[in-house]
Write a protein that binds this ligand. Structure first.
Ligand code: NDP
Ligand code: PYC
Length: 338
């Protein structure tokens, strides 16, 4: 018996849906959540693939998420779509809001989508990649739980606050980056802890504020932002834009709402889209070609573009027809069946 379990993408989806519905989640939410976990597993984004089932089930069992919430979409302003997730998971709310959001962005050149009152566990790149496939440039961001100390501070205040960006390209995959504004996503630190591996330096501090490479000590202490004051400022921007601006919770408030249940964070999410066809008018194709030249020049220097590793992983998965997950994770997931 090997340490890894091999699954087709259909099996990944079916496993996630089976575990989520068995724990009380509606079929519609389970399919939406499972699709993003499957796509992360396909692209070897391990911290936000099937591993997320553990946190989703913990969230369902904590009892605050509404497992069959039906999101409500509001045409809030000419350039603003608002979706009330009604205390459900975020991904079905996103599905509900996307058509009006895309329509507004294409009609006006730019639009924002605010998702409110959602439990959020997922990677953001699938969301902005979808928008770029519609020909739009896009940003997405959200707070999480207060796990990260601000630069120069010593106690958790910010979330791991991801920021994702996508840019459409005439040929090939859209250019996409997506990263936590903490030195490492919390999900990755958890995977280090599970693997018993030391963290890179400057990932976090222990409860006493002393630097440590021990993953469990950092999870119990405070994570650090990436890039010192620069990552810290970006993280703060995300707290403000995807928190008070859209009338939703900050990471500190999400943590307080959690009341120690260690469920997935509860807050809002902000997406913004720009349509190059509107901004650049008849010249859009030539301006997009100049953008391509810039992106190609990066690759021409031997540097890699964000997203290249993911796309290489995607091709490997399609070629082999399966993904592999650690047997221990597979067993932990099976143990989530009630
Ligand atoms: P990574 O550090 O793994 O990757 C960040 C980005 O940088 C990716 O786009 C990646 O592309 C790119 N990249 C990595 N290395 C290089 C390199 N050497 N050269 C060029 N580009 C590079 O991301 P994180 O660990 O910070 O975040 C992981 C995921 O966690 C994200 O998807 C994020 O959305 C999610 N997350 C979600 C949260 C939530 O609240 N829902 C909170 C925090 C994180 P590539 O993928 O091709 O390697
Ligand atoms: O990995 O930091 C993280 C994270 C928080 C919420 C979802 N993922």
């Amino acid at each position: 018996m090997t340490d890894m379990v091999s699954l087709t993408l259909d099996e990944v989806q079916a496993l996630a849906v089976r575990v989520l519905t068995a724990n009380g989640l509606s079929e519609a939410h389970a399919q939406a959540n499972a699709t993003v976990m499957r796509d992360c597993q396909r692209d070897e984004c391990h911290s936000h693939g099937l591993y997320r089932l553990i946190m989703c089930v913990k969230t369902l069992r904590a009892g605050k998420v509404v497992p069959d919430a039906v999101p409500e979409v509001f045409d809030h302003a000419p350039g603003v779509v608002r979706v009330d997730a009604k205390s459900g998971f975020s991904l079905l709310a996103l599905e509900a809001g996307l058509p009006m959001f895309i329509e507004k962005a294409k009609a006006s050149g730019t639009a924002a989508l605010a998702i409110n009152n959602c439990f959020h566990f997922s990677a953001l790149w699938p969301e902005v990649e979808r928008l770029a496939e519609e020909g739009l440039a896009a940003l997405a961001m959200n707070p999480s739980h207060a796990w990260v100390a601000p630069a120069g501070g010593n106690a958790p205040l910010f979330g791991t606050n991801p920021l994702a960006f996508a840019w459409p390209r005439a040929e090939g995959h859209p250019f996409v980056f997506d990263f936590a504004t903490s030195a490492m996503a919390r999900g990755d630190i958890e995977l280090y802890r599970r693997a018993g591996k030391p963290l890179p330096e400057n990932t976090g501090v222990d409860r006493q504020g002393s630097p440590t490479t021990d993953a469990a000590a950092v999870l119990d202490g405070a994570m650090l932002p990436f890039g010192g004051h620069k990552g810290s400022a970006l993280s703060l921007m995300i707290e403000l834009l995807a928190g008070p601006l859209i009338g939703d919770l900050t990471s500190v408030e999400s943590m307080a709402f959690d009341e120690g249940a260690e469920a997935t964070p509860f807050h809002g999410e902000l997406l913004i889209a720009f349509d190059p066809a509107r901004f650049a008018g008849g010249d859009a194709a030539s301006h997009l070609a100049r953008a391509d030249a810039l992106l190609n020049a990066i690759v021409g220097q031997g540097a890699r573009l964000p997203g290249e590793r993911r796309h290489a992983a995607r091709e490997r998965t399609f070629a082999s027809g399966h993904v592999e997950i650690p047997r221990k994770l597979y067993e932990d997931i099976e143990a989530l069946m009630p």
